[in-house]
Design a protein around this ligand. Structure first.
Ligand SMILES: *[C@@H]1O[C@H](CO)[C@@H](O)[C@H](O)[C@H]1NC(C)=O
Ligand SMILES: *[C@@H]1O[C@H](CO)[C@@H](O)[C@H](O)[C@H]1NC(C)=O
Ligand SMILES: *[C@@H]1O[C@H](CO)[C@@H](O)[C@H](O)[C@H]1NC(C)=O
Ligand SMILES: *[C@@H]1O[C@H](CO)[C@@H](O)[C@H](O)[C@H]1NC(C)=O
Ligand SMILES: *[C@@H]1O[C@H](CO)[C@@H](O)[C@H](O)[C@H]1NC(C)=O
Length: 533
């Protein structure tokens, strides 16, 4: 996370949000890779649906423990639908002797965090006299007992907020990034968690960046880091970031990285709206989505076709709904995550920080938790996330490869029971009935029924095929997120995604787009909006 603006929003939620309990995939022992997929010991795909949980800021303690008991936080992580946490740590946690014997209490006292210390005493008194590394291990263990997988993420060297180009922590040989110290720290951390079954991966360094970054040093040091981890702990996935704040793995297209050991390499990429602020704010949202997604593919997405899994280990939005660029980006990002069926980690879990950039008890508008860490910040957003937590594809999934009509704006999919003339509605994305799209018609599998549009504002229905234009659908717009009938009625603008077989949009030949009726659920067609200017 390189964003350095503070997101302060004083509004607390004063009511309880009831949210769906989702069933995360179980922790499945050690993981490895098979082609572009992460798989468990039976060779079945395990999809990482993670939240980032910072433990790398100045206190070097997982955030939120002053607000809620550790076990309650772990349980909430599971009930929000995450099966995994990317738990950050600063290198100094294990390489700098001044942190080795520091207790949590001393760390908070030294930083003047009196209010947070009171909160810790109330909610997690057992942690106060543990050393920082003991506290970190206790967090990992508690996540394990709640069936949550963990990725240990070396976020930076010096504890504190991350990242900018000139913070001295960005690239090998920066003032605070000695490669030998880094290798020693990785090795130590990997060894400490050897045999801990819920620790499934380590990401070796977050967001490489800055004036010293260069490709030759990347090829020199990253395999050394991978070897250091693997020798100390052969069980974990080794997750390697790219250059330029983890936006750029493009150099791998010329030369794929070969490690000295097989089936453990995963690459990671980060994607935020603020990386492309100008594009999101100035361009048509569809054009912006199309061009930015295409950049992501050429900078990182191509590794999938090289047979390496890609973990989108940071992405997220201001969940208050007030950030226009984030809102535009969110449908685009969800469409890409679903379409590519990526493993991912939301930034972030944390509803607040003990201390960030000199400010005490700061709220995090991007956090899945509310400010009190008592529940989710935004149930609507969590519902959207639910649609990408389960795998759509991959080894060991027995369901046939069908097309899914996915609506990123709500995180829902078109479902129906198959009866002729019935209208169609949004529902869960794991519905067993899929669709077949042949470039023209959209057919319910194992049926003679096809999607038909009936004019602007009218429900889309399932009908036995009659050869007319109102049965024909196109994918239009640069984002490919519009589904238009060949009579040019679209599925609601910028909101549709055809998953699998890489088709992204649907429109009709009369230029009407698929849309959602005012009941928020019924599939209708309306004139296409915002395709061009
Ligand atoms: C692998 O994952 C599948 C699906 O979640 C599960 O049924 C199976 O038991 C797992 N195998 C192991 C060895 O954990
Ligand atoms: C250890 O950390 C302290 C506090 O951040 C710092 O002042 C010191 O320079 C570090 N020592 C080494 C050897 O990096
Ligand atoms: C924090 O606590 C310490 C020790 O109890 C005390 O000396 C200090 O004045 C307190 N600081 C604030 C800002 O309350
Ligand atoms: C949740 O997100 C939605 C969609 O962006 C927004 O309209 C709503 O205001 C948000 N709710 C809260 C409580 O922030
Ligand atoms: C479906 O609608 C068509 C045209 O309105 C009608 O002719 C047909 O009988 C209907 N079929 C069913 C099963 O209701």
């Amino acid at each position: 996370m390189k964003l350095s603006l503070l997101h302060t929003s004083p509004a607390l939620l004063l009511f309880i949000i009831l949210f769906q309990t989702l069933n995360p995939q179980p922790t499945s022992g050690f993981l490895s890779t098979s082609d572009r997929w992460i798989v468990n010991e039976s060779g079945q795909r395990v999809k990482l649906a993670c939240a980032n949980w910072p433990s790398h800021l100045a206190p070097v303690v997982a955030e939120g423990l002053s607000k809620s008991p550790l076990d309650a936080i772990s349980k909430l992580i599971g009930s929000m639908g995450f099966n995994c946490v990317r738990l950050t740590w600063p290198l100094y946690l294990v390489t700098n002797s001044s942190y080795a014997t520091l207790t949590v209490r001393q760390s908070f006292q030294g930083l003047g965090l009196n209010v947070s210390l009171d909160g810790l005493t109330k909610n997690n008194a057992w942690i106060l006299d543990k050393t920082l590394i003991e506290a970190y291990k206790a967090v990992v263990a508690n996540l394990g007992s709640n069936n949550i997988m963990v990725i240990l993420d070396n976020h930076l060297t010096q504890p504190g907020w991350c990242c900018n180009n000139n913070d001295g922590n960005g690239f090998f040989w920066d003032p605070f990034f000695n490669p030998n110290e880094w290798l020693a720290g990785l090795s130590q951390m990997a060894g400490l968690f050897n045999g801990v079954t819920n620790v499934v991966g380590m990401s070796l360094r977050n967001e490489l960046r800055g004036p010293r970054q260069n490709v030759p040093d990347w090829y020199k040091y990253m395999p050394m880091g991978a070897d250091a981890v693997h020798q100390a702990n052969p069980n974990v996935l080794v997750i390697l970031s790219g250059l330029n704040f983890d936006n750029d793995l493009s150099f791998l297209s010329k030369k794929k990285l070969e490690l000295s050991f097989p089936n453990k390499l995963v690459h990671e990429v980060h994607w935020y709206a603020f990386t492309n602020t100008g594009t999101w704010s100035n361009q048509n949202a569809n054009d912006a989505c199309g061009s930015i997604t295409s950049n992501i593919m050429s900078n990182a997405g191509f590794v999938l076709s090289q047979g390496t899994p890609l973990f989108m280990s940071e992405w997220g939005i201001d969940q208050g709904g007030g950030n226009r660029n984030d809102n535009r980006y969110s449908s685009c990002a969800l469409a890409a995550l679903a379409e590519l069926d990526l493993d991912w980690a939301l930034w972030g879990l944390q509803g607040s920080y003990y201390l960030r950039e000199g400010v005490l008890d700061v709220e995090e508008a991007y956090g899945a938790m509310n400010f009190d860490w008592s529940g989710p910040r935004n149930a609507t957003f969590l519902h959207r996330l639910a649609s990408i937590k389960s795998p759509f594809r991959g080894p060991g999934l027995n369901n046939p490869l069908n097309t899914v009509l996915y609506h990123p704006k709500t995180g829902s999919c078109v479902v129906q029971d198959g009866s002729t003339n019935s209208s169609l509605h949004l529902g869960p994305c794991d519905s067993p009935r899929g669709w077949k799209y042949n470039g023209q018609t959209i057919q319910l599998v194992n049926s003679d029924s096809f999607l038909k549009e009936s004019g602007a504002g009218q429900p889309v229905t399932l009908q036995n095929f009659a050869n007319s234009d109102s049965f024909k659908w196109d994918l239009i717009s640069n984002s490919k997120l519009h589904i238009t009938s060949q009579t040019n009625l679209c599925l609601d603008s910028f909101k549709w995604d055809l998953i699998s077989n890489s088709k992204l949009h649907i429109t009709s030949q009369t230029n009407l787009c698929l849309d959602i009726g005012s009941d928020g659920s019924t599939l209708i067609t309306n004139p296409c909006n915002c395709i061009g200017d």
